[in-house]
Design a protein around this ligand. Structure first.
Ligand SMILES: [Zn+2]
Length: 223
């Protein structure tokens, strides 16, 4: 059966981590619109150049451009059986546009309290040299301030300061609330809760797999 999944969750909810684990278990691609955009810019395609212009001017990339990229990506053979979409849609308008290019079977809505996200992100450290990610609480480097992999210096991103995170969470909530309602009304939305910073990713992934298997079983008995 097809499994076309949208993952919703605030920045720092672990969405990308869960999606990349689920993609292996389900044998369907993890499609991150953020990664797609970065690849286009790097490859200097026509669309990539256009996106870079918007970025350089500090403007949002128009929905039409992302939808066009996404429509191309979803046509590829590996996405026929399904996919996990990460980073899109973020607004009601985008959800309606997505509906025109693909059906959606399931929307996973990750609920993580703000305080947990702030704790997680404000303790995040990144290697200056290789980009590896650490966490002062949950994923400590062997030597303080030094990357295990390459010996580079670890630093905190400007975006990961508590006051900046709070603002990002506010923006996320404002734009996704109508979207969450929209999918809830359609009966596609399933909530997943993570209320503890120390919950290992496997536990959350297990919960999501439970929801997916339930859905598959129900579909099996309906036919
Ligand atoms: Zn490093």
């Amino acid at each position: 059966m097809k499994m076309k999944i949208v993952m919703l969750g605030p920045p720092g909810s672990g969405k990308g981590t869960y999606a990349s684990r689920l993609t292996k278990m389900l044998g369907i691609p993890h499609i991150s619109t953020g990664d797609m955009v970065r690849e286009e810019i790097k490859a200097q395609t026509e669309i990539g150049k256009k996106i870079k212009e918007y970025n350089d001017r500090g403007e949002l990339v128009p929905d039409e451009i992302i939808i066009k990229l996404l429509a191309e990506r979803l046509k590829k053979a590996d996405a026929k059986k399904g996919f996990i979409l990460d980073g899109f849609p973020r607004t009601l308008r985008q959800a309606e546009a997505l509906e025109k290019i693909s059906e959606i079977d399931l929307v996973i809505n990750l609920n993580v309290p703000d305080e947990i996200i702030i704790q997680r992100l404000s303790n995040r450290l990144i290697c200056k040299r290789c980009g590896a990610i650490y966490n002062r609480l949950t994923l400590k480097p062997k030597v303080n301030g030094v990357c295990d992999i390459c010996g580079g210096e670890l630093y905190q991103r400007e975006d990961d300061k508590p006051e900046v995170i709070r603002e990002r969470l506010k923006v996320y909530k404002r734009s996704t609330e109508p979207l969450i309602e929209y999918y809830r009304r359609k009966g596609l939305l399933r909530d997943v809760y993570c209320n503890d910073l120390m919950t290992p990713p496997e536990v959350i992934v297990e919960r999501i797999m439970g929801i997916i298997n339930n859905l598959k079983n129900n579909e099996g008995t309906n036919q």
